[in-house]
Design a protein around this ligand. Sequence first.
Ligand SMILES: [Zn+2]
Length: 314
Amino acid sequence: MRCFYDPGYYLPLPPDHPFPMDKFPRAAAMLRETWPDIRLEPARPAAMEDLLRVHTRDYLDSIKDGTLAPRARQRLGLPHHPRLLHRSRLETGGTLQAARAALADGIAANLAGGTHHAFPAAGLGYCVLNDVAVAACALHSYDPGLRLAIVDTDAHQGNGTHAIFAEDSRVATYSIHVGRNYPAKKEPGDCDAPLPRYTGPDEYLAALDATLPSFLHSVEPDLVFWISGADVHEADRFGQLRLDTPSIHERDLRVCRACREVAAPLVVLYGGGYNRDRVHTARLHAQSVLVAAEVSGKTGGRVTTGSPETPNPS
Ligand SMILES: [Zn+2]
């Protein structure tokens, strides 16, 4: 199973910034340690031609030059950095490479990605570029008939992705998320499963079972982008759900099995994760990649690096 990664996924942020940029090198290191046969391949920055199918040139220039208006900067939630655009292009390129690898091999991962809040002319919620949208449009540029599904199990609705593909019948969007949480304004997708705040494992998994398999059977996708999301964990700062680590393992198993049931190649992506224990965010992302690999028969293994289960926040 090919996993795309580049050390440039890490970009230094101010020490008090809530985005855990260190999760990228940390999860990659955990995966290397747990899974010695992992095929890590270097990510390449997405081409401007690919970005411009989704994003406006003015927006890309404002990220590159640091000229975003203060309010737009605040909505993005990331400070200007001379490498911010390059970093986002690398991450987006990794998602496109993983999509092509999944079409060839049946499964692949980008050890990042799932930046689902980004719109064509605006970044939101730490998402600069919409990597899945860029990858989907790039695939459609040479194979317009591909049926693509985006399965988003991040705790927050994939509003940017939903909006970008609202009128495109070749891309079906699914999102299971907290109904009254960020983003305040939800965008209609093809299948939304909004949950009450602080939903626990049993109710969460029941809602997943009630919606995801039927969605996938109705779409019969040629490829699934899975934005896994580590922010469903009970100790997450922003997720507002109550899943513990074994329940997230179970979620991951059910998502991967549902995709396997419809014989859809799978691209695994991280999405968000803001655990109070920063190491645990990386551990959960690595776990999702390993579960996907296990279900596809590519490997076995469990993430064992680091501290035991994070206790409930008080
Ligand atoms: Zn999220």
